[in-house]
Ligand binder design. Structure first.
Ligand SMILES: Nc1nc2c(c(=O)[nH]1)N=C([C@H](O)[C@@H](O)CO)CN2
Length: 119
């Protein structure tokens, strides 16, 4: 059994897309993350050093996405998941990556991935 730390509607502007026009304008992507973490040590000590720091995590993800230029949101999602799991020792995550406005008739489109083992 594990707890969850979440980040909702994290927005980043980046180069993303397969079409020519998409290679020269920045578009917004929106991420929701659910991250498995045992919150009890941080709660018992009331100490950030034992917590999964959502501020540090958000800053790292934003810096990565804003410096990237992927064609597919699948690639971006996979690489963000890899960073979160390896650099922050997160054993399991669910990541939703939305590209609002990509399909005019849809409110939102995107991908939802789950990686790792849930403790
Ligand atoms: N599964 C995907 N389908 C599409 C993607 C994508 O990244 N993954 N991208 C595009 C275009 O870039 C689109 O967003 C332009 O509106 C089309 N389909």
């Amino acid at each position: 059994m594990s707890d969850i730390v979440f980040i909702r509607e994290l927005r980043a502007d980046t180069i993303i897309g397969v079409y020519d026009w998409e290679r020269s304008v920045r578009q917004t992507v929106v991420l929701d993350l659910e991250l498995a973490w045992d919150n009890r040590p941080a709660a018992a000590a009331d100490d950030l050093q034992y917590a999964l720091d959502y501020a540090a995590l958000s800053a790292r993800i934003l810096a990565f996405i804003e410096g990237s230029a992927f064609q597919l949101i699948e690639t971006m999602a996979e690489q963000v998941a890899e960073i979160v799991m390896t650099e922050f020792s997160v054993p399991w995550l669910q990541l939703r990556l939305c590209k609002p406005g990509a399909v005019q008739q849809a409110r939102d489109v995107g991908v939802l991935i789950e990686r790792g083992e849930r403790p």
